[in-house]
Design a protein around this ligand. Structure first.
Ligand SMILES: Cc1ncc(C[n+]2csc(CCOP(=O)(O)OP(=O)(O)O)c2C)c(N)n1
Ligand SMILES: [Mg+2]
Length: 347
């Protein structure tokens, strides 16, 4: 991976222990999601793990605050967890259980929670981006200083909706940030095969946004870049951040990445933001092995419990299948009600 054009200078050690803890929680949660899938207990067949991208989620989200809103792409577990989501309710959602954030109807790719400002994950590449323009406009009107952030992959850099959204955000001085998590791949297509324009942030500069690219290896660098962009966005100057990282595993759980070489994977996985932060803590004497091992063990126990919780949780009752699908007060179409009755009558 080449060095990003304007990587931030190495960051301070501020809160590195907490940033490490956050990233380890994301990594371990994702490993347990993989386990749920292998056990055949996840709802649906598609799961996209963010292993290797932890610094993007934790470094950026650690600076968001109550009232801020965001959308994510299909690989958004880590972002939501970093924003304060309850991992048990997330795992239950991924398992299609009623105790989940969306009562099991959203699953991995459509999880949302207005209480934490999560306006929704979205399976359509680029699909979550325009919502933050609306949220940013609402925020500008109510004057409470909240920002709205769209998280998406490098695949969305080739989607027109991103450019319409960046243009509106710049034109209306919206408190909005577009965050591209560049994990080098869109399914089996490497970024070099998708675009000649590799300096992704330059596209945002052309629309009048504050824009940077940062190497995601060191979470402190991500946090520093995020800090600059978030401060400006709260003042009505929208921003864009590309975070360079590597997708450690296949696109989804069934993908064994036959389109990339051993060497590519080895080099990519060597740039591990979790291990990098751990080593930085040890080198600087901020933490010793025993302390970090104990922290990791506590997190492992916390995340083990999410699987037990999801496995034991109840399925949503069939009669609630269409609840929350239509706007409150709207009667369900007759055909739907009749269909539910027919299904229930079958037992
Ligand atoms: C508009 C649209 N086109 C194609 C797809 C199929 N698709 C799902 S994920 C994906 C790749 C996305 O790559 P990227 O945006 O880099 O995100 P990543 O999976 O790497 O996190 C594609 C092409 C889709 N979901 N939506
Ligand atoms: Mg990608």
């Amino acid at each position: 991976m080449t060095a990003p054009p304007n990587a931030a200078a190495p960051g301070s050690n501020t809160d590195l222990v907490e940033l490490y803890r956050g990233m380890r929680r994301v990594r371990t949660f994702e490993e347990r999601v993989g386990e749920l899938f292998v056990r055949g207990q996840s709802a649906g067949s598609m799961l996209h793990l963010s292993i290797g991208e932890e610094s993007a989620a934790v470094g950026f989200v650690s600076l968001m605050r109550d009232g801020d809103t965001f959308t994510t792409h299909h690989r958004g577990h880590g972002i939501f967890l970093a924003r304060g989501a309850d991992p048990k309710r997330m795992m239950a959602e991924i398992g299609g259980k009623e105790a989940g954030y969306c009562r099991g109807k959203g699953g991995s790719m459509h999880i949302a929670d207005m209480g934490l400002g999560h306006l929704g994950a979205n399976a359509i590449v680029g699909g979550g981006i325009p919502a933050v323009v609306g949220a940013g406009l609402a925020s500008r009107h109510d004057g409470r200083g909240a920002i709205s952030v769209a998280f998406f992959g490098d695949g969305a850099m080739q989607q027109g909706i991103l450019y319409e959204s960046m243009n509106m955000a710049a034109l209306w001085d919206l408190p909005v940030i577009f965050v591209c998590i560049n994990n080098q791949y869109g399914m089996g297509t490497r970024i070099e095969q998708a675009t000649r324009g590799r300096a992704l942030h330059e596209r945002a500069l052309a629309f009048g946004l504050n824009a940077e690219t940062v190497d995601g290896l060191d979470v402190r660098d991500v946090r520093e870049a995020a800090s600059r962009l978030i401060d400006a966005a709260r003042d009505g100057r929208p921003g864009f951040l590309a975070i360079e990282c590597y997708r450690f595993f296949g696109h989804a759980r069934m993908d064994k990445s036959p389109y990339r070489s051993e060497q590519d994977e080895q080099e990519g996985r060597a740039r591990d933001p979790v291990l990098f932060a751990r080593q930085a803590l040890l080198d600087s004497g901020q933490a010793d092995e025993a302390t970090l091992d104990a922290m990791d063990a506590g997190i492992a126990a916390e995340m083990d419990a999410t699987i037990d919780f999801a496995a034991a949780a109840a399925e949503p009752p069939l009669g609630t299948m269409f609840r929350d699908v239509y706007a409150p007060g709207e009667p369900e179409p007759e055909a739907v009600a009749t269909r539910i009755d027919r299904i229930l009558a079958r037992g």
